[in-house]
Design a protein around this ligand. Structure first.
Ligand code: AMP
Ligand code: ZN
Length: 488
């Protein structure tokens, strides 16, 4: 089969052919470093990792650039609230993101770039847009004139009918229903970081950052650009407008977008507060590989509904594969041949590769291997597995794990080195939402402990228990008949 991807730009599944030989140039919108990454973010990053791993598996040479958004509305707000400089504020989350990527076995992109280190490139691009008549100034800021670029809307299928000439939007994120001229350069504001530039004092808008950085390292036209589905509009639509208006050339050939990880029907996001960071889950005792497996198990264009049940299942699935590998390695098998087994392994490898060729259908790629493991275990139980089959099956597992990368766990020493082995800083709000909070028995026991403390006059302790329960979503009411509790 040929490798094919669903291209958001054409709305079709297309054969993948890079621009130049077997080189693949791809750009990944990285994390906005104003907080720890949550597992919704990591769903997209795991998808991008599987994409690059499979391209390499298929013999392509991958040249991937990932940016870190270290200046935008969110990072500036975060630094202001923390009362520290933007650089100090983002540094902590940049480091944490690096650790998380290691824990999740995400390969390191060839180039990782920070927006704040490329302001000159952004300014130059904005100057080009101004010179060509696509941008205009207003009150010290520079805007992209959506009307001047007739192809505006081709990625996200935006309807421009309601567009009012000259209406502008200054925030980085906004809705499709709110299409307006968007900001390229924001005039300096009191209390915000700014750069002195030929455009005047100010800072870049979010969208120009990715246009400038991607074209600087990958050229004016490159192969793949990807992100979560929420980036389609306005971020990627605006990137296309800025880049193609400036160069007159097609910007990106294949646009790949991952559907969201959701919780109880809603997108996991920082603004909704329904999120778990990777650290939260490690703190609860889940292995990073189980989290990676879960995030990889649903094909990227399907929503992934996060539950703790599925995380447990992920852990079990990995254990099954590890047990199989262990058995393959240590068990003694009779000599001779069983011609059926190598053929079976070959068919599984074909099914695995066909599945990934088909727009990275990870669910089928997993099924191909699990079917084979079941058959091989049965053959072993019946004494039909032969010594010569061993390397064939080990090779297949190794190939499989080049993509899924879950057979080797991050050891405890490494977790401790990152200060993560013993954390218990899980998110009570998200816990309560997923019913992961304390059980009825646990609550009753805590209430009894609190009663005892109160009778002893130890109010510090009784207050602490009440506060702990409250943060786990449990409300206590003291009545004449004793203490009653209910969940929020
Ligand atoms: P941000 O830090 O907001 O710039 O997001 C980093 C990446 O995570 C982007 O590609 C987003 O599209 C992606 N993302 C954010 N929330 C989710 C989610 N719930 N599911 C999948 N991807 C997400
Ligand atoms: Zn971007």
């Amino acid at each position: 089969m040929t490798l094919c991807f669903y291209n958001t730009l054409s709305g079709q599944v297309e054969d993948f052919v890079p621009l130049e030989g077997n080189k693949v140039r791809m750009y990944t919108c990285g994390l906005t470093v104003y907080d720890y990454g949550h597992i919704g973010n990591y769903r997209t990053f795991v998808f991008q990792d599987i994409l690059r791993r499979y391209l390499r598996y298929r013999g392509y040479e991958v040249w991937q650039v990932m940016n870190l958004t270290d200046v935008d509305d969110n990072t500036i707000r975060g630094a202001q609230a923390a009362g520290i400089s933007l650089a100090e504020y983002t540094e902590k989350f940049i480091k944490a993101f690096e650790v998380d990527r290691q824990l999740l076995n995400l390969e390191t992109p060839e180039i990782i770039v920070r927006a704040t280190e490329h302001v000159d490139d952004m300014v130059k691009l904005i100057q080009t847009l101004e010179a060509k008549g696509y941008a205009y100034r207003s009150d010290g800021s520079v805007y992209f004139s959506v009307r001047s670029f007739p192809e505006y809307g081709k990625l996200a299928q935006v309807d421009l009918a309601g567009l009012r000439p000259g209406a502008r939007v200054d925030s980085d994120k906004y809705d499709k229903s709110d299409v307006r001229d968007f900001v390229l350069w924001k005039a300096a504001k009191e209390g915000e970081p700014y750069w002195e530039t030929p455009l005047g004092p100010g800072r870049p808008g979010w969208h120009i950052e990715c246009s400038a950085m991607s074209m600087k390292y990958l050229g004016e036209t490159f192969d793949i650009h990807s992100g979560g589905i929420d980036l389609t509009f306005p971020h990627h639509e605006n990137e296309i407008a800025q880049s193609e208006a400036a160069t007159g050339k097609p910007f990106v050939r294949y646009w790949l977008h991952a559907e969201h990880l959701i919780v109880n029907g809603e997108k996991m996001s920082k603004s909704l507060g329904n999120f778990y960071t990777l650290r939260d889950l490690i703190g609860k005792g889940y292995r990073p590989t189980a989290i990676r497996y879960l995030l990889a198990s649903v094909p990227y264009r399907k929503q992934l509904n996060f539950t703790f049940d599925s995380l447990h299942q992920a852990q079990h699935s990995i254990e099954r594969l590890r047990n199989f590998r262990h058995r393959l390695t240590v068990e003694k098998f009779p000599a001779g041949e069983n011609p059926g087994l190598p053929a079976r392994a070959q068919a599984a490898r074909q099914a695995f590769e066909d599945a990934l060729d088909d727009n990275l259908n990870t669910a089928e790629a997993l099924a191909a291997i699990f079917d084979l493991v079941r058959d091989a275990n049965t053959a072993m139980d019946h004494g039909e597995f032969r010594g010569v089959d061993r390397p064939v099956f080990l090779d297949l597992l190794e190939r499989w794990d080049r993509i899924f990368a879950v057979l080797e766990d991050t050891d405890h020493a490494k977790l401790r080195q990152f200060g993560l082995a013993d954390t218990r800083d899980a998110s009570p709000a998200a816990d309560a939402l997923l019913g992961e909070g304390p059980s009825d028995e646990e609550i009753a026991q805590r209430v009894a402990e609190r009663d005892t403390a109160r009778r002893r006059g130890d109010f510090a302790r009784s207050d602490k228990i009440r506060a702990d329960l409250l943060s786990a979503g449990v409300i206590l009411e003291d009545t004449k008949a004793g203490t009653r509790w209910r969940r929020k």
